[in-house]
Ligand binder design. Structure first.
Ligand code: UT7
Length: 331
């Protein structure tokens, strides 16, 4: 008798979706707005240092759950599923609608379903990779069979438009996948990490207390410190996840890194020897949408026909906390 009974239960992405707010703000538009505040920036600087040309900003009445639920509906449609089929909802977000309840329960309500577990996951720009790992583990354990994993953000709400070093980098949007139980993988391996010693290099330190906002509720970043750490940990975690899956970098059809800076993405690809034309790039049009960036990029690459069924994908997140992680999967 084997001491462990093999279950042969894996998880597989069966549909992807995304939602971007319609208001596109180009670098030139943003530069003009900052000039009114006496701050100097330019399209040339932003493109050269980051690869960003534009970002989307949601109107004030639009919340993360509004973007997330639309992304979820598109993912369900692509998977041939309805909201009633969903038995787990995870929303990765650092810009929740409220302190509580979770954005996931608000998405659940907007989808018109009840009963299944729904919770938010807070790992900033690594949130989607964290969420996918948790959903994979819950599906493999038998705790869920059809999960919605959503990354949804309205980062424009926490930007300091008096700080040109950060406000030009981020945007709003949402992406989602339907992850289902499958006899075949699917997700091949996941690896997650965090190191709270670096919590100060990327944070939004404010909080709510006694009816007041305490501390600064706007995003702060030491860009160079984040840049250096990101390049190192993205390379390390990519190798870890490949080794765990018994694959090599040559097996990767598409690298989908967190969309923060084209220079970090290209550096990661070069170290892994993944050709640059096999890196999914949406940072140029979306900016950094934090937890939404990877599922947004995934959905765009699927819908544009770049990513096909059977392709091997490496998803890599890195961000505040400091957190990082990777998921290797056969699509
Ligand atoms: O989502 C989580 C992950 N986040 C990231 O991965 C972000 C990682 N960091 C970065 O992407 C880059 O560090 C930045 C894009 C944030 C900054 O690029 P950099 O090449 O590290 O620039 P820098 O901070 O060294 O600044 C260079 C110069 C400075 O001027 P001086 O001191 O050389 O005179 C800045 O003041 O560029 C100046 N600068 C700007 N100039 C025009 C900074 N921001 C701007 C701006 N427009 N928006």
């Amino acid at each position: 008798m084997p001491d462990r009974i093999p279950t042969f239960r894996y998880s597989r992405i069966t549909g992807t979706g995304s939602m971007l707010p319609p208001r596109r703000v180009s670098n030139a538009d943003l530069a003009a707005q900052l000039a009114e505040r006496g701050l100097e920036t330019s399209d040339e600087w932003i493109v050269e240092r980051t690869g960003i040309r534009a970002r989307r900003f949601a109107d004030p009445s639009v919340c993360s759950s509004d973007l997330g639920v639309e992304a979820a509906r598109h993912a369900l449609q692509a998977a041939g599923r309805s909201a009633e089929d969903v038995d787990l909802i995870i929303v990765a977000t650092s810009t929740p609608d409220m302190v509580f309840p979770s954005t996931a329960t608000i998405v659940q309500r907007k989808l018109g379903v009840q009963g299944c577990p729904a919770f938010d996951l807070q790992a900033v720009c690594s949130g989607f990779v964290y969420g996918l790992s948790v959903a994979d583990a819950m599906i493999r354990s038998g705790a869920a069979s059809c999960a919605l994993v959503i990354g949804a953000e309205v980062f424009s709400r926490i930007l300091d438009f008096n700080d040109r070093t950060t406000c030009v980098l981020f945007g709003d949007g949402a992406g989602a996948v339907v992850l289902e139980a499958s006899a075949e993988p699917g997700i091949l391996a996941t690896r997650l990490h965090a190191d709270g010693q670096h919590m100060d290099i990327l944070c939004t330190p404010g909080t709510v207390s006694g009816g007041q906002i305490l501390g600064d509720p706007l995003l702060k970043m030491d860009g160079q410190a984040v840049f250096k750490l990101a390049v190192r940990v993205l390379d390390e975690v990519a190798r870890e996840v490949l080794e765990a899956a018994g694959r090599t970098a040559a097996d990767i059809d598409w690298l989908i890194p967190h969309q923060a800076n084209i220079r970090i993405m290209q550096g990661t690809a070069r170290k892994l020897k993944v050709p640059l034309d096999h890196v999914v790039v949406t940072v140029d049009e979306h900016g950094n949408t934090s937890a939404a960036s990877i599922p947004l990029a995934l959905d765009h690459a699927v819908r544009s026909g770049q990513i096909q069924r059977g392709h091997t994908l490496m998803l890599e997140g890195v961000g505040g906390g400091f957190t990082w992680g990777a998921v290797l999967l056969d699509f």
